[in-house]
Design a protein around this ligand. Structure first.
Ligand code: SF4
Length: 465
């Protein structure tokens, strides 16, 4: 039922006795970032072994195949396909073997100049195994010159878009973040003193590690027997973390660039509440589980309205209803959410949600509340109107599918069947989420990188009016 999906999550461990198991646990904490495939590659100093498959982490891994992973350093991946299909050859880690040694890679994000680079590489003789844009970095590295670090630096300079990469060789681990830092990547240290790297800090506590610092935009951190060394592949770096990481993607117990996701979401709710003239229009506040609960708490506290459990999430519906088809999205809401009738019956409800993408989920939830007897439903969205597609690893690739790109707020209110609808202004979002050093392109149309050259032009792209 996730209304918007991100490409994936990555986790790595360098030189730890139980590295495969720790990577499995780390990926388990990142499962919300991708449910279509999972994999782990492991290095023992001489070779890299890899196991991967389609499905949830618990479907792909079991005691036997985890035991087959030999070594002390690992990288792992949970995947949602926004570029390339969800066939096994696109499931990561991707491993390349040559006479120089083996290299494994995992990637979170999306390369926007992938088509042009792929064509260039194919013209030079590269043969791609899958359709994923992540494979491009392997070919760029293989075709490079100098040390491996120099090859990685040169490869990163060719890439445009969003990427947090982990690269594993037989002996070393590299953590890389694109020069705008669009996707998060953080470094931790286990109780045993080993390094680990994760898309989100929530994965550190599960492996008994503490957060050390974020990988900086444009930075390559090399973990080797000499320790952790920092290099920068670009000079024109900026902090443009994806705003949707705060709003929706990341777990509330993660910290992004020093700011707690829960605290940021709660603040968006508070700021949303300050837009109201008074609290007289409603009786209770209900958040949409799970990503909107923090914002609903902030809204309720600020306005002095009771926060109630008006929607119950069924946690056991499985991944069938995460499949990206409209029909399944329509039916999936009822399987996943129920209205708590004794709580909402006869009440004027403020429904706080984090965002509206296609509008399907929000419309269904409003209907659920009305069927349970809510006398009024006022929808409050803790982010601005999403009017533009994302090209940085999120599955909103056309304007046609975005409700706010095609309807005014008043029209959308009617389509949702709500009594009123209000969005959080962009300035308030920035104020709640640590300032304006954020990518907010899906709200503003101002993309943080050049988007495409010729072949990459999205099929319904229109420049901002
Ligand atoms: S366009 Fe939106 S979803 Fe995509 S990276 Fe930027 S803020 Fe995130």
């Amino acid at each position: 039922m996730r209304k918007i999906n991100e490409e994936c999550g990555v986790f790595g461990v360098y030189r730890e006795e139980e590295a495969p198991l720790l990577t499995y646990f780390g990926l388990h904490a990142l499962q919300h970032r991708g449910q279509e495939g999972a994999g782990i590659a492991c290095a023992d100093g001489r070779e890299i072994t890899c196991r991967k498959g389609c499905g949830l982490l618990t479907e792909v891994f079991h005691t036997e195949n985890l035991a087959e992973l030999r070594g002390h350093s690992c990288i792992g991946h949970v995947r949602y396909a926004t570029a390339g299909g969800n066939e096994l050859e696109n499931v990561q880690p991707l491993v390349a073997r040559s006479y120089l040694g083996s290299v494994a890679v995992v990637h979170n994000g999306q390369i926007v100049n992938a088509a042009a680079l792929r064509r260039e590489l194919e013209e030079k003789g590269s043969i791609f195994r899958g359709t994923s844009d992540s494979e491009i970095i392997l070919h760029l590295i293989q075709g490079g010159t100098g040390t491996l670090l120099e090859k990685i630096e040169a490869a990163c300079r060719r890439l445009e878009g969003a990427f947090s990469f982990l690269i594993l060789t037989e002996k070393n681990l590299y953590a890389i973040r694109d020069k705008n830092g669009i996707r998060p990547l953080s470094i931790g240290k286990t109780a045993g003193g080993s390094w680990c790297v994760s898309s989100e800090t929530c994965a550190f506590s599960i492996v008994n590690a503490r957060f050390v610092r974020d990988v900086e935009p444009g930075e390559i951190v090399k973990f080797s027997a000499s320790g952790a060394e920092s290099f920068f592949y670009a000079k024109d770096c900026a902090h443009r973390l994806c705003a949707m990481e705060y709003i929706y993607f990341s777990r509330p117990d993660s910290t992004l660039e020093g700011l707690s996701v829960h605290a940021a979401r709660k603040e968006t709710g508070r700021r949303l509440a300050r837009l109201e003239e008074s609290a007289d229009f409603a009786d209770i506040v209900v958040g949409v589980p799970d990503s909107s609960l923090s914002a609903a708490m902030g809204y309720s506290e600020e306005l002095g309205l009771p926060y109630e459990m008006g929607l119950i999430k069924n946690k056991y519906t499985g991944r069938t209803f995460i499949q990206p088809t409209q029909k399944l999205r329509d039916t999936g809401v009822r399987m996943k959410l129920s209205a708590n009738q004794p709580v909402v019956e006869g009440k004027r409800v403020v429904l706080v949600d984090d965002s509206i993408v296609r509008g399907t989920t929000s419309r269904r939830i409003v209907t659920l509340l009305r069927e349970a007897g809510a006398s009024e439903v006022h929808v409050r969205i803790a982010s601005p109107e999403m009017k533009f597609p994302c090209f940085y690893g999120v599955d909103t690739s056309t304007r046609a599918e975005l409700a706010s790109a095609n309807h005014s707020a008043a029209e959308l209110c009617g389509l949702l069947g709500a009594d009123s609808l209000r969005f959080l202004p962009e300035s308030e979002l920035c104020a709640a989420c640590g300032g304006d050093g954020l990518c907010r392109a899906c709200f503003t149309g101002e993309y943080v990188t050049p988007l495409f050259g010729g072949a990459e032009r999205p099929r319904d792209w229109e420049p901002q009016q």
